[in-house]
Design a protein around this ligand. Structure first.
Ligand SMILES: Nc1ncnc2c1ncn2[C@@H]1O[C@H](COP(=O)(O)OP(=O)(O)OP(=O)(O)O)[C@@H](O)[C@H]1O
Length: 243
């Protein structure tokens, strides 16, 4: 389980040297299988995810993973401790094939059929992709799926996705939803996903609303969506559409 205790994050504005507080006293426990973080642009969601992954260090507060204080651990140490992070824009790895990446992610020698099974899980025809180089010839949607396959192969305690819907078309997004639904069923650890999409929120066990650098609401979709959408009437209309 991940626990954030009183996390704050300040940066100094380069122009006028004033301090800007991006996150303010964030307290959160993530022990469900699928937790969605949502909220307005600029609210602090990506910053929070990067603080959990170790890309940014909090100005104050503590991060615990299964009771162990990981606040001062590097990105690599956190990855070893069981945290995976998928960027909004997946990274390309020129010179490495999809099979290489999945094998690296698994952290052990796996055979072709095991590697292919991860690709099939994310809806890619394994034989077409397994030997492809992870370079600019892959589309954004394909790259995103390969990244998800890597995260599945890693099988860590906590997998963080920052707006997986960013930059992919509606058709690919519909397929991606199925990938996340299937991950929700199969994953052993927890998924923490930043998203603006109701269809992602709809499959979450818990929704966290972040705005103005603070947690404004936490709960199930039934508890959180009405508030998020303004009225419970608006929510029931939305829920009819998305259920
Ligand atoms: N290193 C930094 N220096 C200055 N400001 C920063 C820095 N990092 C983030 N910010 C600011 O902090 C705020 C929160 O940014 P963040 O990317 O976490 O928001 P977000 O909720 O993920 O937004 P979006 O939904 O648009 O992705 C923004 O106003 C952003 O400009």
């Amino acid at each position: 389980m991940l626990e954030l205790r009183d996390i704050s994050f300040q940066v100094t504005d380069e122009n006028d040297a004033t301090n800007k507080e991006i996150l303010k006293n964030v307290n959160l426990k993530v022990d469900d299988r699928f937790v969605a973080i949502t909220g307005p642009n600029g609210g602090g969601k990506s910053t929070l995810a990067k603080i959990i992954a170790g890309i940014f260090r909090p100005t104050s507060g503590q991060i615990l993973l299964d009771g162990v204080d990981i606040t001062n651990m590097s990105i690599t140490e956190r990855a070893r401790a069981g945290i995976s992070f998928a960027f909004q824009q997946p990274v390309r790895f020129k010179g490495l094939t999809v099979k290489d990446l999945i094998t690296l992610a698994a952290g052990k020698d796996i055979n072709i059929s095991q590697a292919c099974s991860y690709l099939s899980e994310v809806g890619l025809c394994a034989k077409d992709y397994i030997n492809r180089e992870v370079n600019a010839s892959l589309s954004g949607g394909e790259l995103k799926r390969i990244e998800i396959a890597m995260i599945m192969a890693r099988g860590t305690k906590l997998s963080i996705f920052d707006e997986p819907e960013a930059g992919i078309d509606l058709w690919s997004f519909n397929n991606l939803i199925q990938v996340f639904e299937s991950m929700h069923e199969k994953i052993n650890g927890s998924i923490l996903i930043i998203s603006h999409q109701e269809r992602i929120l709809n499959i979450a066990d818990k929704i966290v609303v972040v705005a103005g650098g603070q947690i404004k609401n936490v709960g199930t979709k039934a508890e959180v969506l009405p508030d998020l959408l303004g009225t419970s009437e608006a929510c029931s209309t939305l829920m009819d559409k998305i259920v």
